[in-house]
Ligand binder design. Structure first.
Ligand SMILES: Nc1ncnc2c1ncn2[C@@H]1O[C@H](COP(=O)(O)OP(=O)(O)OP(=O)(O)O)[C@@H](O)[C@H]1O
Ligand SMILES: [Mg+2]
Length: 487
């Protein structure tokens, strides 16, 4: 069974075309790199081990689609994907084994992905269980039963009423006294009736305004703290600390009042989590990381030292990072708290502007692991026009959708879009070339007034003409200092 999406290079390029304009060579190369990994995995050992990974370096100026291509590629291959800045690893404390942290981060991502997938598989079951638990919460407190079994589900530490089978089931019914038996049966019946009535009310939404009290798990501290610690190379200590804490305070919970629909959602999530087998998630996630993972090594040029520049300390640390990277890219085993992860088949996509150096300034061994090279082209007015209009997530489409939420029918004349593209190119020339990122500030500026008063406008249609674009932009784009701040 392969975790890999087996898109052919052609199919990959077609999909990338939906989001990225131009850069055909780069699309082609990443498509090949993706397929090559799949091919290598199909080869039987021992030959497979002889085939070196075919990773890729994308070379090109800022804002022309390098990151975008890699991100979309990961998305359509449904791969765990992380972007790391190679230059980060030159920072003090980063030189050394911490380069491995990117593999740990990738695995964590894969675990989240697999978790979500697995939870999807149990939603139906979880929904049923959640409904029962909610009904337990909604029902008036049941009479005390000596024979009530302890709640073994361990779901919540507050007393969730037991399910009625437990409370009034066989044990009670088989009590010796027949009058007790009859009374108990009557009680069971009436409780059952109430329960079914409540269930109908729940389904018809009649209970939507009711609140229930429920003990919810205190969210575990994730995110920022991990980052702070891992920045100083203590991610292992952090994770073991976290484990230790969760042992001291197992499943910390607090009481919260929730509206019925929210409570149901919460219970569904909790039930889904409970139904998912953590061990198999870990196992699958490790496999997914090893076989489908993509690591995007940004700013690789910043760790390439120019040969013959002496042995200043920055070069030493750059070379150090390259040395640390090598085993990971070549294929080695990284220890994580979930178990060992082999990096042999992880796909690495490196990227850099290489303004002052060249890929050949990287250590020869590293160069060998990145045999696919591709240049991305600077973008001009024609590409900008297409970027504004064509991609699935094109800016024009985004703003039109945003304005529609205000009931405004936003339209752009073609010349207006051309004008925005032209001005973006001009500003890139005059100030700093930030590529397609310029389009974001340009369109934001053009729509500044509309964005401000859209809600109060009487006129429900707004047409952006090229005169309007000029009116909004020309003063600024003509003034170099001004555009430096505003565009
Ligand atoms: N060829 C393109 N087609 C469509 N959108 C693009 C293209 N190039 C850039 N963009 C848009 O511009 C933005 C920046 O692009 P991206 O992040 O890929 O830049 P980059 O090449 O990685 O630059 P840097 O070297 O600064 O990291 C993205 O939001 C992306 O949507
Ligand atoms: Mg980038």
């Amino acid at each position: 069974m392969s975790e890999l999406n087996s898109l052919t290079p052609k199919q990959t390029v077609q999909k990338l075309d939906q989001y990225i304009i131009g850069q055909d060579d780069a699309k082609r190369s990443v498509a090949i790199a993706l397929r090559n990994r799949w091919r290598r995995q199909q080869v039987q050992p021992p030959l497979r081990e002889e085939i070196a990974p075919k990773n890729i370096i994308m070379i090109g100026p800022t804002g022309v689609g390098k990151t975008e291509i890699a991100r979309r590629l990961a998305n359509l291959a449904q791969s765990p994907f992380i972007k790391v800045e190679a230059s980060k690893f030159t920072e003090v404390g980063y030189v050394g084994r911490d380069v491995e942290s990117m593999v740990r981060d990738l695995l964590q991502l894969a675990i989240n992905m697999v978790n979500k997938e697995e939870e999807k598989g149990v939603t139906a079951k979880a929904a049923v269980a959640a409904e029962e638990r909610l009904l337990d919460l909604l029902l008036p407190p049941r009479p005390k039963q000596e024979s009530a079994k302890p709640d073994t589900s361990g779901l919540a530490d507050h007393a969730i009423p037991l399910s009625y089978n437990d409370a009034f089931g066989k044990e009670t019914a088989s009590l010796p006294s027949s009058t007790d038996e009859a009374a108990a049966k009557q009680q069971t019946d009436s409780v059952e009736k109430t329960r079914e009535k409540l269930r109908r009310m729940l389904h018809s939404g009649e209970l939507d305004n009711r609140t229930v009290e429920l003990s919810v798990a205190t969210p575990k501290n994730q995110g920022p703290i991990v980052e702070i610690f891992s920045a100083s190379g203590m991610e292992d200590m952090q994770s073991s600390l976290q484990d230790a804490f969760s042992k001291i305070f197992p499943g910390q919970k607090h009481e919260r009042k929730l509206k019925v629909p929210d409570a149901l959602e919460y219970l569904k999530k909790e039930e889904a989590q409970r139904l998912v087998d953590t061990e198999s998630v870990t196992e699958k996630a490790i496999r997914k990381t090893e076989q489908a993972g993509i690591i995007f090594l940004d700013e690789i040029d910043k760790i390439a030292s120019r040969s013959g520049t002496g042995s200043g300390s920055p070069d030493v640390s750059r070379e150090g990072v390259q040395r640390d990277l090598l085993p990971i890219v070549e294929g080695s085993t990284v220890t994580t708290k979930y178990g060992p992860v082999r990096t042999d088949h992880i796909l690495f996509i490196a990227s850099g502007a290489f303004y002052t150096n060249k890929p050949s300034d990287l250590a020869p061994e590293l160069q060998g692991r990145f045999p696919i090279r591709v240049n991305l082209n600077p973008l001009g007015q024609e590409e900008f026009f297409r970027i504004l209009t064509e991609p699935e997530n094109a800016l024009i489409k985004q703003y039109t959708a945003l304005m529609a939420t205000e009931g405004i029918d936003l339209k752009f004349e073609e010349e207006a879009i051309q004008e925005m593209a032209r001005i973006a190119v001009e500003v890139n020339k005059k100030t700093e070339n930030i590529g397609a990122r310029r389009l974001h500030t340009v369109i934001e500026r053009v729509l500044d007034e509309l964005s401000f008063d859209a809600t109060e406008r009487d006129e429900r249609t707004f047409v952006v003409t090229s005169e309007y674009v000029q009116k909004q932009l020309v003063d600024i784009s003509d003034n170099e200092d001004l555009s430096r701040y505003i565009l």
